[in-house]
Ligand binder design. Structure first.
Ligand SMILES: Cc1cc2nc3c(=O)[nH]c(=O)nc-3n(C[C@H](O)[C@H](O)[C@H](O)COP(=O)(O)OP(=O)(O)OC[C@H]3O[C@@H](n4cnc5c(N)ncnc54)[C@H](O)[C@@H]3O)c2cc1C
Length: 230
């Protein structure tokens, strides 16, 4: 029987990235995928992606959205269902912000959305997840070489969990608040702040390093396990 050093559960973007990195590092890996909800990509020619926010339908939970519900939402918001038919993929998403208390329990490790979710505004979820995958594959490959699994896996947990809270969540929550602001005075102030940042090369650079998540990578690299003990 073939044995594998690592089993990756979930062939989402983070799982596939992790498996690819592990393969390059020579780690035997198998990917398990649950295929009950096929994803949207690639969206074939002639198809149109429709997404929206329905204030009248905010029931929490992971109910699968139906074509009739999507039609009713479109009619409620836009007054027409645009003749929608032949849906290729239907899915519901929320804007919850959460993270797991730990990314490691023994030999089970979390990465990507399984470890942390944030609202999609600012496009940081997938980027953060891929940074997890790169960090985790480094640690797993390192175990084969220097065999200090506890230290390496605890370091993965501490580094990635810290930057998920300090960078991804902080930035995505700020993005959401900026977008949601409805008071004209607050909106004007927010835009003025952004203009001032854009006009100042040093501040603009810092802003880009933060939003492109380069700053979080650099921060993660400075975190040592000693930080965990008060
Ligand atoms: C509307 C929207 C827009 C977004 N835009 C951006 C963006 O612009 N930039 C960005 O960086 N991020 C964005 N994101 C976030 C991004 O989509 C997620 O962060 C990313 O998909 C997470 O990847 P993942 O592999 O961790 O999880 P997923 O993509 O959820 O993949 C998990 C996989 O695991 C499988 N699975 C689940 N349970 C099991 C099981 N028990 N056994 C086997 N397989 C299982 C699932 O079928 C799935 O294929 C957006 C999200 C939304 C909702």
């Amino acid at each position: 029987m073939t044995t594998h050093d690592v089993v990756v559960v979930g062939a989402g973007p983070v799982g596939l990235w992790l498996a690819g990195e592990l393969r390059l590092a020579g780690v035997w890996t198998v990917v398990l995928e649950r295929l009950d909800e096929p994803g949207p990509a690639p969206i074939p020619c002639g198809f149109v992606r429709v997404s929206g926010y329905d204030a009248a339908d905010q029931e929490p939970g992971r109910r699968t959205v139906t074509m009739d519900e999507l039609r009713a939402t479109a009619v409620r918001i836009a007054g027409t269902d645009f003749g929608m038919r032949d849906a290729r993929w239907l899915s519901r998403f929320g804007n919850a912000t959460r993270h797991a208390a730990t990314y490691r329990k023994g030999r089970v490790l979390l990465a990507g959305d399984a470890a942390h979710v944030n609202n999609p505004i600012g496009g940081m979820g997938l980027n953060g997840g891929i940074q997890d995958a790169v960090s985790l594959s480094d640690r797993l490959a390192g175990i084969l070489v220097n065999r200090d699994p506890d230290r390496l896996l605890d370091l993965y947990d501490l580094q990635r969990r810290t930057v998920a809270v300090e960078h991804v969540q902080e930035q995505s929550i700020a993005n959401k608040k900026r977008l949601e602001a409805s008071d004209p005075e607050t909106r004007r102030k927010n835009l003025d702040d952004l203009r001032q940042i854009a006009a100042d090369p040093a501040r603009a650079r810092q802003f880009l390093l933060r939003t492109a998540m380069i700053a979080s990578q650099r921060r993660a690299a400075t975190i040592e396990l000693a930080e965990a003990t008060p």
